[in-house]
Design a protein around this ligand. Structure first.
Ligand code: NAD
Length: 266
């Protein structure tokens, strides 16, 4: 028997990278997962993976930065699968072309990053919460970042979006605790995903060299994997974490413990 047998779990950005890891892990524990993403090809692959697992993975093509899309998709999931038990607001983008000092960042890029990374978390919560309030149960897990806590150069919109997620997490936790709804966040460190592939390609670096360098800045001396984040998310969503809310948990190989993580080797 799986720890999430029959539970309905939404994962935004659920077709690739960390989101795919979360989708897979919940389905492995018997959940019925709705993976929301804009990449239909990756969506078909993650849905097919679900067929070999204890639960199910259903792909929904949805740009979660859009209000109506979130409203309609949550409505469809509730209609097709039932009420939402767990919402994983995982989606996030950090386009390589956005690595710029703030005064050079195009306003459209600011809007896009804030729209996908932060507004989507609010929108999805907005449409899932009424059902959770009625059932007086539910968990929301937001994917923030170590960059929401400390920052690096050239990431004004991304860092602001992640700081916003941490603040939104605390705010929602307070507002909905009386309904038995818990809201938490995870801060990944460097995790091996397509988001990082894009960066390596743009830097023109050798993948192996990049990985070795990246591993070194993490005190645990390795690159994180999507399953590392998924394991933490599953714990936070489970009854074992029933006295936790409004908190954020770093899953970062010790990066934040040492401070000044962007520049220093441990
Ligand atoms: N990889 C890391 O090192 C790292 C570190 C810290 C935080 N994070 C955070 O973890 C989360 C997942 O990152 P990742 O590395 O897996 O990224 P990724 O780019 O590998 O995957 C993101 C997924 O989101 C989807 N997506 C993009 N825009 C969307 C939209 N508008 N609507 C729906 N889906 C959309 C993409 O198609 C993709 O499947 C993000 O919030 C990211 O900021 C990642």
């Amino acid at each position: 028997m799986g720890a999430f047998d029959g539970k309905i779990v939404i994962v935004t950005g659920g077709a690739k990278g960390i989101g795919a890891g979360i989708s897979r892990a919940f389905a492995g524990e018997g959940a019925r997962v709705a993976a929301l993403d804009v990449d239909a090809e990756a969506g078909a692959l993650i849905a097919a993976e679900g067929e070999g697992l204890a639960g199910e993975i259903h792909y929904f093509n949805a740009d979660v930065s859009q209000d109506e899309v979130c409203r309609d998709t949550v409505g469809q999931i509730v209609g097709d699968l039932g009420g939402v038990d767990v919402l994983c607001n995982n989606v996030g983008i950090q386009p390589v072309s956005s690595y710029l000092p703030a005064h050079e960042l195009p306003v459209e890029m600011w809007d896009r990053i804030i729209g996908v990374n932060l507004k989507s978390h609010f929108l999805m919560a907005r449409y899932c919460l009424p059902g959770m309030m009625e059932r007086r149960a539910g968990v929301i897990i937001n994917t923030a970042s170590v960059q929401g806590v400390q920052s690096a150069l050239g990431v004004s919109a991304y860092a602001a979006s992640k700081g916003g997620i941490l603040s939104l997490t605390r705010q929602l936790a307070l507002e909905y605790a009386k309904y038995g709804i818990r809201v938490l966040a995870v801060n990944p460190g460097g995790i091996d995903t397509p988001l990082v592939d894009e960066l390596v390609e743009a830097l023109g670096q050798d993948r192996k060299e990049f990985e070795e360098g990246y591993a070194k800045i993490h005190p645990l001396r390795r690159y994180g994997q999507p399953v590392d984040i998924a394991n933490a998310v599953l714990f936070l969503a489970s009854d074992k974490a029933s006295f936790m809310t409004g908190e954020n948990v770093s899953v970062d190989g010790g990066l934040l413990a040492k401070g000044a993580w962007a520049d220093l080797e441990a």
